[in-house]
Every structure is written in structure tokens, then in C-alpha cells.
Design a protein around this ligand. Structure first.
Ligand code: B12
Ligand code: SF4
Ligand code: SF4
Length: 310
């Protein structure tokens, strides 16, 4: 395992450990004997804003290339190394794979410890890491010790979560979590719309305030690439994006999977919260052409902008 750990480091992963398969793992992969867990640091360099256009905010894990693609590529490279030594091994790569409890596996494998904001932290990289695993039938008897370190337990994440969604240490109420709200279907509850501010995908508030997330090591080079959506995509362009442009520029990006309607709804709410009257014409157009759900959010945004006295 030492060599594999070194190899993982050489391809930009920031940790490698082995967890025993949990109940969920065994239910999905009855042949599993071990889970190789790894993490990938993604914190991109900050992008300064240099104009006054209404702009959205994308959480850091989704500003550049899709992490599923990057992590999966690295897991496949690791798998090749394993197969070169154990030709008959059964290996299944997983990234963000339901129903695997990825954070718990990372803790059990020793590579990460958990924080009150429910995220897991890797020494040197904070919680700005995504997780990936290789489930295998190899009996890697040298399972690592779980990482039972604690965070600083300062409570900042609980206090600064915009919706109070962290109801107690380690517990996130999905119904109130803004990250979930930007990603799920249906109408956004009206009391939570202002809390989104200009967020259009994900939420980083409980990680930004964490003292363990300061002064951390740079991300893997892939995530430093400047590509759509970046940190601050142009809201008016997103609200009025055509089907064709969506397919060409957005669908395969890290935020594209939520679909054109969801992105336009999120962008409309963000534009309402920013209160910039420049947004009114594209919002009116969305009311006219967008269907009931989009029209309802666009009307809400128009009302908010008007109520601010513009
Ligand atoms: C559904 C989901 C969400 C939902 C719900 C999250 C939630 N906390 O319930 C929503 C959309 C809200 C979400 C948001 C985010 N998510 Co998410 N999400 C998932 C997904 C697909 C399933 C997670 C889940 O439901 N777990 C069930 C809950 C109960 O467990 P958990 O919080 O994941 O893990 C804790 C429990 O296992 C607990 N625990 C319980 N019993 C025990 C027992 C023992 C012994 C131990 C040690 C621990 C333990 O400790 C763990 C750590 O806190 C996972 C991928 C996966 N398959 O795991 C990604 C995942 C958890 N998400 C991830 C990310 C990056 C995020 C966001 C940061 C994205 C963003 N910027 O917007 C936010 C963070 C919000 C937050 N504070 O948690 C990463 C986590 C990275 C990290 N460093 O922790 C994952 C692992 C995806 C990946 N492959 O990298 N997410
Ligand atoms: S992601 Fe945002 S809304 Fe969700 S728990 Fe963290 S701070 Fe709260
Ligand atoms: S903000 Fe404080 S309580 Fe929350 S995870 Fe970070 S150290 Fe822990």
C-alpha cells in the first residue's frame, strides 16, 4: 500500500487509506472486502470581480472542471497500478455514488476527520476536498485506523449558516440547506429565496468561516483552470440562455446536470436578490416564455427589485 499511496500523491490526490466495507457497501457490492478511499483538493484561486454586471455565485467545488470526471480519471489510474500487481482483482470506482457513505468511509480509512459542519477535513487541505473510492474484493488486511480527530469545535459554522440548517454538530437539515435548494427540483420556498443572495449553485458559507480552512495548500492543477461557470457567471446571460446555447456551453459543465430550467430559476432569484433594475427586461421575458414555475420565480424577482424603489 505504501507505493500506491506515493503514486496517489504523484497524481494530485491528497491521501489514501483503506476502510472495511460498511453495511451499505456490502449491500451494493456483496463481493467487497475493502474500500480504498482517497481525496482530491479543489480550492481554486479566487477570481476578482472587475465589472458591475449582475453576477451569480458558484460554490468552489463547481467553478471549474467537473470533479466527478477528474476524480474518476485518477481512480482509474490507481486501478491500473493495482491491476498490474493483482491481475484478477475486482475493482469498482466510485465518486459521489449513492448509497455509499463517502464521508464516513473517509473517516474510517484514516484520511479525513469530521467537522461540526458535517464536512470532512484532510490535514493541510481543510474541507476543500472531494472524495472518491475504489471498492475491491482484495482483502487489504492492513485497514487503516479511523481518524477520530475533531475540528476546533468553535461553532462558527452553526452560527453563520444563512438558514440555520446545521441544527446540531454534524447534522444538516437538507430541507433548509442552500446547497440542496440550488440543486433540487420544484419551487424554492419563498422564505429561503432571500437567503440565497446571489448563489446559483452550491453554498460554501459553513466552510468559508471555518478556521481550519485558512492557509491551505494549493489545489490539483485541473481545478485552477478558468472554464465555465467560474465563480461569478453573468446572470442576465443565464436567464435568457437559449436551448442551443445551453447545450453548447453549459450542459457538460459542472453545473449543467441541474438543467436549463433550474439554472434560469436560480439565476432569476439571484437577480432579484441583487436588486439591479437592469435585470427586469430579461425577467419579464422569462415570465412571458418560461412556463409556470419559471414565471413564478421571475415575477417574485421583479417584485423584489421594484420594492427596493428602483
Ligand atoms: C446528499 C448529499 C448532499 C446533500 C445533503 C448533505 C447532508 N449533509 O446531508 C446536500 C445537497 C445538502 C449536499 C451539500 C454539500 N455537499 Co454533498 N453529498 C451528498 C451525498 C451524495 C450523500 C451524503 C449523505 O446523504 N450522507 C448521509 C449523511 C447523514 O452523512 P454525511 O453527512 O455524508 O457523513 C457523516 C455521517 O456519515 C457521520 N456519521 C454518522 N454515523 C457515523 C459513525 C461513525 C463511526 C463516524 C466516524 C461518522 C458517522 O459522519 C459523517 C461526516 O460528518 C455525498 C456523496 C456520498 N455518496 O456520500 C455528497 C458529499 C457528502 N457532498 C460533498 C460536498 C462537497 C458538498 C458541499 C460542500 C457542496 C457545496 N459547496 O455546496 C455541501 C456541504 C453541505 C454540508 N454542510 O454538509 C462531498 C463532501 C466533501 C467533504 N470534504 O466533506 C461528498 C462526499 C461528495 C464527494 N464525493 O466528494 N450534499
Ligand atoms: S452549505 Fe450553506 S446552507 Fe448548507 S449547511 Fe452549509 S452554510 Fe448552511
Ligand atoms: S467552523 Fe468551527 S465548529 Fe465548524 S467545522 Fe470549523 S472548526 Fe468545527
Amino acid at each position: 500500500m505504501t507505493d500506491l499511496r506515493e503514486y496517489a500523491g504523484s497524481i494530485g490526490l491528497c491521501g489514501l487509506g483503506v476502510a472495511p466495507p460498511t453495511g451499505e457497501v456490502i449491500r451494493t457490492y456483496p463481493w467487497a472486502r475493502s474500500v480504498i478511499c482517497t481525496a482530491l483538493p479543489y480550492l481554486p484561486p479566487e477570481e476578482p470581480l472587475n465589472d458591475n454586471r449582475p453576477r451569480g455565485l458558484v460554490a468552489r467545488f463547481a467553478r471549474s472542471v467537473d470533479y466527478h470526471v477528474v476524480m474518476n480519471r485518477k481512480l482509474l489510474s490507481l486501478s491500473q497500478v493495482i491491476l498490474s500487481e493483482c491481475r484478477n482483482a475486482r475493482l469498482e470506482t466510485c465518486v459521489d455514488t449513492s448509497p455509499l457513505p463517502e464521508r464516513m468511509l473517509a473517516i474510517l480509512s484514516g484520511i479525513a476527520f469530521r467537522g461540526w459542519n458535517a464536512n470532512v477535513f484532510v490535514e493541510g487541505y481543510g474541507s476543500w476536498v472531494v472524495l472518491g473510492e475504489i471498492v475491491t474484493d482484495l482483502d487489504l488486511v492492513t485497514h487503516s485506523d479511523p481518524n477520530l480527530n475533531t475540528c476546533a469545535e468553535c461553532g462558527e459554522c452553526l452560527r453563520k449558516c444563512p438558514t440555520g440548517a446545521i441544527t446540531e454538530p454534524y447534522v444538516v437539515d437538507k430541507r433548509r440547506c442552500l446547497s440542496a435548494i440550488t440543486q433540487r427540483r420544484g419551487s424554492i420556498p419563498t422564505d429561503l429565496r432571500p437567503k440565497l443572495e446571489n448563489r446559483i449553485y452550491g453554498c460554501d458559507a459553513c466552510q468559508e468561516v471555518c478556521p481550519l480552512n485558512k492557509d491551505i495548500l494549493p489545489c490539483t492543477p485541473e481545478f485552477a483552470e478558468r472554464t465555465f461557470p467560474g465563480a461569478h457567471p453573468d446572470l442576465l446571460k443565464l436567464i435568457s440562455i437559449t436551448d442551443e446555447d445551453f447545450d453548447k456551453h453549459v450542459r457538460r459543465s459542472s453545473i449543467g446536470w441541474i438543467g436549463r430550467d433550474r439554472i434560469r430559476i436560480n439565476a432569476a432569484v439571484a437577480a432579484g436578490n441583487l436588486g439591479n433594475p437592469e435585470a427586469i427586461p430579461v425577467l419579464v421575458e422569462l415570465v412571458r416564455t418560461g412556463g409556470p414555475l419559471l414565471a413564478e420565480h421571475a415575477n417574485w424577482a421583479i417584485e423584489v427589485i421594484k420594492s427596493r424603489g428602483h
